[in-house]
Design a protein around this ligand. Structure first.
Ligand SMILES: [Zn+2]
Ligand SMILES: [Zn+2]
Ligand SMILES: [Zn+2]
Length: 361
């Protein structure tokens, strides 16, 4: 639907208004020639004025419709853009999960089902991964590996249960090839981050922090920290971090007060995706998969053209790769950078492993 399709009829109104205007002038001319205004002329005047009012009313109605549509479109665009910046968060799900956790334990604590492994000799995470995978047999240890992820200079291993990660840690520490080379760390957890949309061009961070604390009861006992300002084409957004309890309170509200404004907020979860190979975990300037200037189309994943020139069917490289090596099949008929991608959802789950959502009630 062309958003302003009905605008064409304003021309009709202009013609109509012009006609009424001319008729009025003509009547005035006749009236001025006689010394008194006849009843017929009076009625004529009344009719013309009523016509005028009607034309103006019609135009006003049309303007209202157009303005309404413009506001609707603007809001739609803003919502879509916000979705592009941050993927949607099934927030209710985390709350459910956390509530369940708290109910089932007298003292809430974090599940320790992940471990970081580094090598004293290697800084390339792929090589660390190869070494560990060669030396350790999960089948023999009777453990389920949920996920292995490259992190800076090492790998992060996730199991389903805490005792499984314990068995794995014991094995690495006792393993002949690994024990003198590998270091094991508990991953450090970070406070959840929140993005506050459109805080204004000349935003003062210190002032902003005190306004947040003073104007939002959810932040009464909060530990709020400035992370960074994100300048976009559509304005400046502010990313802060806060303690888990205050995070839950403010996310339930869904908005924050800051000065005269009430801003939209979302949990900030940034998935790192390469614009060259479309894999996750690194940026294009650090891409080791495509070292030349070759570009892959984000829509179909093939080389030699860009997505706006693409006439192929959409195929997501990440989902297709996953489907090849696993029994579970995900829909891969979408752009490699689409927010509907199941692999992006997995990346978000991975980001969440490193975030501290637990708190004492
Ligand atoms: Zn890459
Ligand atoms: Zn293509
Ligand atoms: Zn995908």
């Amino acid at each position: 639907m062309p958003p302003f399709g009905s605008m064409a009829s304003t021309e009709d109104f202009t013609v109509q208004a012009q006609k009424v205007h001319e008729a009025g002038l003509e009547l005035l001319e006749t009236a001025s020639r006689s010394n008194k205004i006849s009843i017929v002329n009076q009625n004529g005047f009344r009719k013309i004025f009523m016509d005028f009012v009607e034309v103006i009313n019609k135009q006003q109605k049309l303007l209202n419709i157009v303005t309404g549509r413009m506001i609707e479109q603007k809001e739609l665009i803003q919502t879509k853009l916000e979705k592009l910046i941050t993927p949607p968060i099934p927030f209710a799900e985390i709350v459910k999960e956390e509530t369940r956790k708290h109910r089932s334990r007298s003292r809430p604590r974090d599940k320790k089902n992940t471990v970081l492994v580094y090598s004293k000799k290697e800084t390339d995470s792929r090589k660390v991964r190869d070494k560990v995978q060669k030396a350790i047999d999960p089948f023999k240890l009777k453990i389920g590996i949920k996920n292995v992820k490259d992190v800076k200079k090492g790998i992060l291993i996730e199991c389903n249960k805490e005792d499984e990660i314990q068995r794995l840690t014991d094995e690495i520490e006792g393993n002949e090839t690994l024990k003198n080379e590998c270091e094991i760390h508990q991953p450090q957890k970070f406070n959840p981050k929140i993005i506050i949309y459109r805080v204004g061009e000349n935003f003062d961070i210190d002032e902003g922090l005190s306004k947040l604390k003073e104007q939002n009861e959810e932040f009464d006992e909060a530990e709020v920290k400035h992370e960074f300002l994100q300048k976009t084409k559509f304005g400046t957004n502010w990313v802060i971090s806060t303690d888990p309890k205050s995070f839950y309170k403010i996310m339930k509200t869904g908005k924050v007060n800051c000065g005269w404004q009430r801003h939209n907020i979302r949990e900030y979860l940034k998935v790192k995706q390469c614009y060259k190979c479309y894999r996750f975990g690194h940026l294009a300037k650090f891409c080791k998969n495509i070292t030349d200037d070759r570009i892959l189309c984000s829509k179909c994943g093939q080389a030699g053209h860009r997505n706006r020139e693409c006439s192929n069917e959409a195929k997501c490289l990440n989902c297709a790769r996953y489907n090849e090596r696993s029994r579970v099949k995900y829909d891969d008929k979408h752009d490699c950078m689409s927010r509907d991608c199941s692999m992006i959802q997995k990346e978000i789950d991975f980001l969440r492993i490193r975030i501290n959502y637990s708190f004492e009630i």
